[in-house]
Design a protein around this ligand. Structure first.
Ligand code: ADP
Length: 393
């Protein structure tokens, strides 16, 4: 180890050295590992040190360590922390160190460290016990899950972007996905309506259920899936058509409504998207002539018009001013009465304002999933606590 730890912390030099050792465990450092190292350096560029528990979480995310079993990587993480403890033992009372590592909550990822000590004799019999804990083992929701992602792994070419993610999406609730840039939020969101199928190098393993029905199978009808699971993008993208035709477009694609039916659907969709009052006297003007916030609500109306069940929103307010953002947030709270909403947001205040559940992702893993109030008020994982308090990312 290069530098000595102080107060049971790991310096950034030490963390980088550990991360380097970890990436070399299976031979050479591959592209994905290099990318993750760069992301790690960026995320912590203004940080001097991390607690042991945080460092373990980071290393776990960085590695291919599996929550289910003792992999070579998870064992290396443990042995590196053993080394660190031995190194520090001269100056510190080992009991104090253990306490600090374990933290207040014995269920945190720091467990692997405590387990390493406590279960030393039992290790040889039951190695899986020492595995990196699965912080998202508790995926409880109050109501029924409209969609479920289970054990999802995703690769872009040889680079793995999502690691073994499972997450339920409660019906008629808003679930927010948060985490630093590049952690896989949008990738995960796009899986929910199989938009990633449009990316040739993308390979997905795992299961996604929509109302109990598997949608990942080869025979799945993608047109129907994308109608049932609609998407609103970061940048409003109305078609160069009239406001009316923007909303009617998808409806005509899926059904053959009469003019009167279509009039009714367009009006109702614009009303539900809270933009009817602003455009009802100019339905035949171009959608692109509207302001940014109006364009986004028009796109929401277009998504609603085909009667989806789930609406995916990928940072829907990031191109909007605060007033337009407030309107969309108000709308999201209204929309969840009729739809299930999944939103990717980089704004933690937005996640708190609009969502019922939050999943915190980091380096392709779901670190923690819980009710939003719990994630922001009393998260289980230290890494989550650091992120939601703005200490990295
Ligand atoms: P986030 O939404 O959290 O910013 P993304 O899902 O966009 O993260 O990206 C996750 C990882 O996948 C990143 O390393 C990114 O470079 C990679 N990635 C995203 N889209 C593609 C793509 N189309 N082809 C290759 N790699 C991609």
């Amino acid at each position: 180890m290069t530098k000595k730890t102080e107060n049971n912390t790991v310096s950034m030099d030490q963390l980088k050295e550990m991360a380097e050792r970890l990436t070399l465990v299976d031979g050479e450092k591959d592209n994905a590992e290099e990318q993750r190292m760069a992301a790690l350096e960026k995320a912590f560029e203004n940080t001097e040190s991390l607690s042991h528990a945080e460092a373990i979480s980071v290393l776990t995310s960085l590695s291919g360590a599996d929550a289910e079993k003792s992999t070579e990587e998870s064992l290396l993480i443990k042995s590196m922390f053993d080394e660190l403890k031995e190194h520090d033992a001269g100056d510190q009372n080992p009991d104090e160190l253990d306490e600090a590592i374990e933290g207040e909550d014995g269920e945190t990822s720091a467990n692997i460290e405590a387990d390493a000590e406590d279960d030393a004799e039992e290790d040889s019999e039951d190695e899986s016990k020492d595995a990196i804990p699965d912080s998202t083992a508790q995926l409880d929701i109050d109501g029924d899950a409209h969609m479920w992602i289970r054990d999802l792994d995703l690769h872009y070419g040889s680079a793995q972007a999502i690691y073994n993610v499972s997450i339920p999406f409660q019906r008629n609730a808003v679930t927010a996905l948060i985490g630093p840039s590049g952690c896989g939020k949008s990738t995960l969101l796009r899986c929910l309506n199989r938009m990633n199928d449009l990316i040739p190098i993308c390979k997905i393993d795992g299961s996604i259920e929509l109302d109990g029905e598997e949608i990942m199978g080869r025979g799945a009808d993608l047109v129907t899936i994308r109608r049932r699971v609609g998407m609103v993008f970061q940048k409003p993208n109305p078609f160069p058509k009239s406001i009316y035709d923007n909303v009617g477009y998808g409806v005509r694609l899926h059904y053959t409504p009469s003019r009167r039916e279509l009039d009714r659907i367009v009006e109702q969709s614009l009303k539900r998207a809270a933009i009817w009052e602003e455009v009802n006297d100019r339905l035949h003007e171009l959608g692109t002539s509207l302001s940014g916030g109006q364009q986004q609500r028009l796109c929401i109306a277009r998504t609603i018009a085909v009667e989806p069940e789930v609406i995916l929103m990928d940072e829907p307010c990031s191109a909007l001013d605060p007033i337009a953002t407030a309107k969309i947030e108000e709308l999201i709270l209204e929309l969840k009465k009729h739809f299930t909403v999944v939103i990717v947001t980089h704004s933690m205040s937005q996640a708190q304002r609009v969502s019922d559940y939050t999943g915190f992702m980091y380096l392709g893993r779901l670190i923690e999933f819980d009710k939003t109030a719990k994630i922001f008020g009393d998260p289980k994982e230290e890494l989550t606590a650091r992120y939601v308090s703005g200490r990295f990312g």
